[in-house]
Design a protein around this ligand. Sequence first.
Ligand code: 5AD
Ligand code: SF4
Length: 457
Amino acid sequence: MNRDEAKELLKGRKYNIITFGCQMNEHDSETIAGMLRDLGCEEVVDPRESDITVINTCSIRENADKRFFGTLGQLKKIKERNPDYIACVCGCMMQQQRVIDAVKGKYPWVDVIFGTHNIHRFPELLQRVCTEKQKIAEVFEDSDEIVEGLPSKRLYRHKSFVNIMYGCNNFCTYCIVPYTRGREKSRRPQDILAEISSLAGDGVKEVTLLGQNVNSYRGTGHDGQAWDFTDLIYGINDIEGIERIRFMTSHPKDLSDKLIQAYADCEKLCNHIHLPVQSGSNAVLERMNRRYTRERYLELVEKLRRAVPDIAISTDIITGFPGETEEDFTDTLDLVKRVGYDSAFTFLYSVRPGTPAAEYEDQIPEDVKHERFNRLVDLINAGSAEKNAAYVGRTERVLVDGASKKNDRTLTGRTEGFKLVDFAGGRELIGTMVDVEITEGKTFSLRGRLKSEKESG
Ligand code: 5AD
Ligand code: SF4
């Protein structure tokens, strides 16, 4: 069978993609979906109805590993019923040899394995499985090449993720990402701007720029000129049709005054920053290799608030990092109170084999980790509820994302500060910007009332 015949064979097949992990993975899954659509395949939600399943894996914490192996076990039954079924696994976990060996050894029904560096090769691998009728595992080492122009099947019509860089050079001692996603590589600014202009032409109003540490973006323009992250923001701010710019994630050690100034200068840059602190203790921050102190972090927050008084700030915090004492943890609680976060993702420290912290001898017992985690979550939630309550009576500009699953007449969207708002309205408003008066502030979301055009003026 040749390539064209293989393509013909794949046409009309049903696929589903199961995605674990972060926005980066979600966006990779959009690319995989775009490639499958170009091959003539159709998406289905239920893996039992599909001819091709792709599991896009995450390795950031141990429970992501466990969920992946559980899901993989379920595919066996589908394969037994349908011998033509193609099971594919990709993503961060497939950049680890121990995982590839486990998949090959214990889950022989898997047909295709690929990593984070060779997503563009997926159609070819799929066709090879059809033609060669044998299992394929292809995980490339890190390379300098960035493949441009891949298709994408976006989750939303009106908003989109845009990768600006790949990989991470920071080596925080708990984190597996530098080992799975490789070294930092920035896309060329002209490629990013062209992609966003084309998205704007296609009706996209909001872009979220993605990178493990967007602040260390370093691009080279046509003329050889160096572009940093803030230059990119200014460039995107000029693109007609784009109304909102977001980004994630930002590393405090690289957050520049120039970026803080951009908040003031660029009306499209949303008044929100996700600024992971991880811990409020200097001793823990040092052992995490974060390369900032709590004082420096608090200073950054103050600068941000001075430049943008109503900026919403969210963060990531890990509890139970090896060696964390009760005093260290109290420092974290204290920092949380001082900053007054709008929201936070909280994580129990999870040992990642191959990272330096996995070797630290002073691991924290699970019950202590959990007890601290619960105290932290209570504090964060109380802070979020207080912040959200203060929104009552304010009018917020909301980009409408969709209708609520429970009630067709309830819409949901995000404020500029990334707060989720529910309000009554018709589906025709999905994808538009509306004004909503906030009537209630809950812990994780706001409720509001849609203002009429006349009220909005
Ligand atoms: N254990 C717990 N949390 C982790 N994170 C990354 N690695 C680990 C780990 N080993 C968290 C960090 C990071 C977020 C994406 O995941 O808080 O910011
Ligand atoms: Fe992991 Fe640290 Fe890189 Fe973030 S900055 S991806 S936490 S190593």
